[in-house]
Design a binder for this molecule. Structure first.
Ligand SMILES: [Fe+2]
Ligand SMILES: [Fe+2]
Length: 166
C-alpha cells in the first residue's frame, strides 16, 4: 500500500487508459488514411476527440482546477519531464541495449533529449512567471504601504481631535 486512495489510483489508471486510447486512435487514423480509407480514419479521429473529453473528466478530479495555478501546473510538468529523461528512459534504454533492440535504443535517446528540452523550456517559463509574480507583489506592497500611511495619518488626526475635545 502506498497510502493513496484506491479511487485516486483508479482515476490515474483510467486517465492513462483514455489518454492512450486517444493517441492510439489518432495513430490508427493515420494508418487508415495512408491506406486510402478516409471513412475509417475519420471515425477514429472523432472517437479520439471523445477520449480526450473522457481523460479531461478524470483530470478534473485528479487536479481540481480550483487548486491548480499556472505555476503549480508548470511544476508538475517539470516533474513529469524530469522523471522521463532522468529515470524512465535511461532505464528503458539500458534494458533495450541488453536486449539488442537498437531501434528502441535510438528512439529512447531521442526521447531523453526531447524530455530534457521540454523540462528546460517549462522551467524557463516558470522563472519568467515567477519574476512577473514578484513584480506584481511589489506593486501591491507599494499600494498597501501607501494605504497604511494614509490610515496612520487619519488615525493620528482623530486622536489629536479626541485629545482636544477631552
Ligand atoms: Fe473512453
Ligand atoms: Fe515531453
Amino acid at each position: 500500500m502506498n497510502g493513496r486512495s484506491i479511487t485516486i489510483q483508479n482515476l490515474e489508471a483510467a486517465f492513462a487508459g483514455e489518454s492512450m486510447a486517444h493517441i492510439k486512435y489518432r495513430y490508427f487514423a493515420r494508418v487508415a488514411r495512408a491506406a486510402g480509407d478516409e471513412e475509417t480514419a475519420r471515425h477514429f479521429e472523432a472517437t479520439a476527440d471523445q477520449e480526450v473529453q473522457h481523460a479531461f473528466g478524470h483530470l478534473d478530479l485528479l487536479y481540481p482546477a480550483g487548486k491548480l495555478t499556472p505555476a503549480r501546473a508548470l511544476e508538475l510538468a517539470i516533474e513529469g519531464e524530469t522523471y522521463e529523461y532522468s529515470e524512465m528512459y535511461p532505464k528503458f534504454r539500458h534494458l533495450a541495449v541488453e536486449e539488442g533492440n537498437q531501434a528502441a535504443v535510438a528512439e529512447f535517446d531521442q526521447q531523453i533529449a526531447e524530455s530534457k528540452e521540454h523540462a528546460d523550456a517549462f522551467r524557463a517559463v516558470l522563472e519568467k512567471a515567477a519574476k512577473r509574480f514578484a513584480a506584481l507583489t511589489k506593486v501591491e506592497e507599494k499600494h498597501a504601504n501607501a494605504y497604511r500611511e494614509v490610515l496612520e495619518r487619519v488615525n493620528a488626526a482623530a486622536r489629536a481631535q479626541a485629545a482636544e475635545a477631552g
